[in-house]
Design a protein around this ligand. Sequence first.
Ligand SMILES: NC(=O)c1ccc[n+]([C@@H]2O[C@H](COP(=O)([O-])OP(=O)(O)OC[C@H]3O[C@@H](n4cnc5c(N)ncnc54)[C@H](OP(=O)(O)O)[C@@H]3O)[C@@H](O)[C@H]2O)c1
Length: 248
Amino acid sequence: MGERLAVVSGGGTGIGAAVALGLAKDGCDVLVVGRRADVLLATAQRLDAECGRAGAVRAVSADLTDPEQLDRVVEAVAGRPVDVVVNNAGGYLGGDPSTLAGTAAHWRANLDANVLTAVLLTEALLPALRRPGGRVILVSSIAAQRGGGGAYSAAKAALHGWAYDLAGQLGPEQITVNVVSPGYVAETEFFGDRMTPEGHAKRVAATLVGRAGVPDDIAAAVRYLASPAAGYVTGQVLGVNGGSVLGR
Ligand SMILES: NC(=O)c1ccc[n+]([C@@H]2O[C@H](COP(=O)([O-])OP(=O)(O)OC[C@H]3O[C@@H](n4cnc5c(N)ncnc54)[C@H](OP(=O)(O)O)[C@@H]3O)[C@@H](O)[C@H]2O)c1
């Protein structure tokens, strides 16, 4: 059994899978949570093999926007203290803003996917968080800091304000709460068929380092914030964006 237990939402793909592997390498047992059971299972098996510890990564399928499905995660935790919660599930949800009903549906979908998933998972696991020493990490977006994504930007920005409150609430119990805000990260399902060569080039050109991010760039920041070494860092937003946005 690993020394610590981590729960990573959206751990079946992209950034979440890289975070799960990194935390498993750091000695955590990891529960990866997402909606697609087949994707999660395949990832859990791959990460198990890559981290060299059989059974280190387990899959739990749940739609984290549905309060009734959170029981599945709590059951999988099985009474063990939870050391790290990484709220990474989310994404840009399109919609038809040509009517008010369409606008409402589009905003609700983005708020559900990016805010409610994090709030419900964190609330469900709050009683189980290790005290002292627990870590809550929220994955927002550069879009929260500079706009560009409409309802998605607003939803990710909401995570920042909530993180500050949660950091205040949990600080006295020596639990830290921080936000990692990625810039453009290729090699994930995030953009689906929305990405074009021009869009890619524009995003790379906006960085100071002249390249796209990869999931491991974000995982490295999460691994630091999840580590015992980061106990004096709380209520912060850490931009990992190649310099596309400075110092915010
Ligand atoms: N890639 C980028 O450039 C970029 C930039 C800034 C921020 N981000 C953020 O980084 C995070 C990870 O994105 P990614 O780039 O790795 O894209 P991704 O591959 O699409 O990952 C998103 C993950 O979230 C899961 N998910 C979505 N809705 C869920 C729900 N209701 N319940 C449970 N799981 C859910 C998805 O799994 P299922 O579909 O199986 O549920 C998927 O594994 C997202 O929050 C995204 O907004 C990405």
